[in-house]
Design a protein around this ligand. Structure first.
Ligand code: SF4
Length: 298
């Protein structure tokens, strides 16, 4: 099942079954903190990237085997609203199961009416917004050239007005990039305009291809105060590390793609497992010929 992964435990969504509806890696952004790697197809073109019926039949097969899932979540190898069939897929899933549907999005296409309309049937939409000024937007999100942050904030605000279900806005803070007071104040103003149901503040973990640093705990508490008590700090939930990853890496260093192929699990799941090993100081990263390899710390 190449378009379905998990269920993976998520702090925000419990046991979340991921639906991956764009090819790796197709996105409107190329964020410095992206854990799944650099964007190779930066685009704003909506297309039928992966056949809807294939995704839905894989989902149906999965649900026939397992129903212990809190959310079916559109996420994966890029920006899911780039898929022109996401609205139909959400509606079809709603008629297939009572499990709520969530959409993780960078929010960049909500300025388009067709995208806003497509997401109306979702139970939860979780957009991210990491900048309120154009310069920080370009530094952190490295967007497609046609995108501007003011239009994106307007799109989120308009979507909020028409979307009757839950809207949870996530802001990812990167040390030295968007954690200074002017940007935090501008973000706080943007959040007031958008008026989401929840404001969730997060900070980065070291991604596979960039050297970015998280904001420390005191810094996150300070930032949270600037949002006037309406925000919450979230952190990704730890997951049990896959038992075969360490033995695999003991044989030789591997890339995320190679681990994914060897174990037959989606690269997003590999990223989550590796996070636990990195935090435990059990693995090291080396770069060779432009590729990042994970190996066991000797
Ligand atoms: S929007 Fe999401 S998938 Fe796209 S580059 Fe940023 S973090 Fe990665």
């Amino acid at each position: 099942m190449s378009n379905i992964f998990g269920p993976v435990p998520s702090r925000r969504l419990g046991r979340s079954l991921g639906l991956d509806i764009t090819p790796y890696k197709t996105c409107t952004f190329d964020c410095v903190y992206c854990q799944i790697g650099r964007t190779t197809n930066k685009t704003v073109q909506r297309m039928d990237y992966i056949p809807k019926n294939l995704v839905l039949s894989e989902l149906k097969d999965f649900l026939d085997m397992e129903e212990d899932i809190d959310y079916i979540t559109f996420s994966g190898s890029g920006e899911p609203t780039l898929h022109s069939g996401i609205g139909e897929m959400i509606n079809d899933i709603k008629s297939m199961t009572d499990i709520p549907v969530a959409v993780l999005t960078n929010g960049s296409l909500l300025l388009r009416e067709d995208v806003r309309k497509d997401l109306l049937s979702a139970d939860v939409v979780l957009p991210s917004l990491d900048a309120a000024s154009e310069s920080v937007f370009h530094a952190v999100n490295r967007p497609h050239e046609s995108l501007g942050i003011r239009e994106i904030i307007d799109g989120l605000r308009v979507f909020r007005k028409v979307f009757e279900n839950e809207l949870w806005l996530e802001i990812m803070f990167v040390k030295g990039m968007n954690d200074w007071i002017d940007e935090i104040t501008a973000l706080s103003d943007a959040v007031c305009e958008i008026d989401p149901d929840r404001i969730q503040l997060n900070t980065v973990v070291r991604p596979p291809c960039e050297d970015v640093e998280p904001v420390d705990e005191d810094g996150m508490i300070r930032i949270c105060r600037e949002f006037g008590g309406d925000a919450e700090i979230i952190a990704e939930q730890r997951i049990e590390v896959h038992p075969e990853i360490l033995p695999l890496l003991q044989r030789r260093p591997l890339t995320i793609e190679e681990i994914s192929e060897s174990l037959g699990i989606h690269r997003n799941e590999v990223v989550k497992h590796l996070r636990g090993l990195k935090e435990g100081g059990k693995i090291v990263e080396t770069v060779h010929a432009g590729k990042r390899y994970l190996g066991v710390k000797m």
